[in-house]
Design a binder for this molecule. Structure first.
Ligand SMILES: Cc1cc2nc3c(=O)[nH]c(=O)nc-3n(C[C@H](O)[C@H](O)[C@H](O)COP(=O)(O)OP(=O)(O)OC[C@H]3O[C@@H](n4cnc5c(N)ncnc54)[C@H](O)[C@@H]3O)c2cc1C
Ligand SMILES: NC(=O)c1ccc[n+]([C@@H]2O[C@H](COP(=O)([O-])OP(=O)(O)OC[C@H]3O[C@@H](n4cnc5c(N)ncnc54)[C@H](OP(=O)(O)O)[C@@H]3O)[C@@H](O)[C@H]2O)c1
Length: 241
């Protein structure tokens, strides 16, 4: 692994805490859904954290979507980067939240909380989902409606079913509450207009680790289990912390 020098082209702020960095860097090969470590030198040390690619693999400009964790060492500094400033990108993208690891199914569910939507935006910018699955559903759960980011991009994706949750204020037609409860009581299926079961579905889960556990437990009640290469199943997960 080596570090590649990158330059910020744009740092878009969606809210006071949410930002998207577009950076110019030497080409790195990755599969949509993977992540790479971003780093800054802070107090004489290189501080690195994984970030999922938001851009499609063939896009020469790299894009990352982040949130400020106020007490964290890296994210508040990434949020402040301006056009022309430097950061480092690791040369070795990695990760298994990729469609090449997902078995065939009728419906692909891309389920996220918060910044966990990032890898799905990359996946949805490729042709693979549309070639392999009859239905594709993107689920994004956030605290506040203003955190429903990338709606322009999402709105232009033909045939995508987009279901949102806003948990801390009323925001119809977004669903209220949390994803696991809506799996259990059928509201998620009703909102998507699709069956969510072992016979038809593969579910990718990304974001808050507690959501991953709670959603996997709700899916287990429907006979769905984690996917492993040697023991195929219906759920693929990536935890952000
Ligand atoms: C595989 C992988 C991919 C990731 N991709 C992204 C991404 O695309 N965008 C992104 O913003 N972060 C992503 N993260 C998290 C990211 O690596 C950092 O942890 C995050 O940016 C905070 O960094 P920090 O140094 O400020 O604080 P840290 O010391 O890394 O984190 C402190 C705490 O902040 C909380 N936290 C961390 N990340 C998040 C988050 N994304 N949303 C809400 N709370 C969080 C957790 O409670 C964590 O314990 C990813 C993590 C992993 C493991
Ligand atoms: N100004 C700032 O700097 C600022 C502002 C906001 C946030 N932050 C940072 O960002 C962090 C939060 O980020 P976030 O809002 O993107 O992530 P989050 O806390 O994971 O919340 C995102 C969505 O996931 C839901 N969720 C949480 N736990 C769940 C579970 N067990 N099962 C199902 N759903 C679950 C939340 O619902 P609930 O609402 O029901 O929990 C919410 O709808 C904070 O800890 C803070 O550090 C910073």
């Amino acid at each position: 692994m080596s570090w590649l020098e990158a330059t910020v082209l744009e740092n878009r702020h969606w809210t006071e805490a949410l930002f998207s960095l577009r950076v110019q860097a030497p080409k790195v090969a990755f599969e949509a859904g993977q992540f790479v470590r971003l780093a800054l030198d802070i107090g004489g040390e290189r501080v690195a954290r994984p970030f999922s690619f938001v851009n499609a693999p063939e896009d020469p400009v790299l894009e990352f979507y982040g949130i400020v964790v106020p007490e964290g060492p890296l994210s508040p500094r990434l949020e402040k980067l301006a056009a022309g400033e430097r950061l480092y990108v690791a040369s070795n993208p990695a990760g298994f939240l990729v469609l090449s690891e997902v078995p065939d199914a009728e419906t692909l569910w891309l389920v996220s909380t918060g910044t966990g939507i990032a890898p799905y935006l990359s996946i949805l910018r490729t042709e693979a989902p549309w070639k392999r699955f009859r239905n594709v559903v993107l689920v994004h759960a956030v605290r506040h409606a203003k955190e429903l980011v990338y709606r322009e991009v999402i709105g232009k994706i033909p045939d995508l079913k987009y279901v949102t949750f806003v948990s801390r204020e009323p925001h119809a037609p977004s669903l209220a509450g949390r994803i696991p409860a809506a799996i259990r009581d059928g509201r998620l299926e009703a909102a998507a207009g699709m069956a969510l079961d072992a016979a038809s579905s593969h579910v990718m889960l990304c974001g808050n680790p507690q959501m991953l556990r709670d959603a996997a437990a709700a899916l287990a009640e429907r006979g769905m289990r984690k996917h492993r290469r040697r023991n195929p199943g219906h759920i693929t997960v990536e935890s952000f912390w």
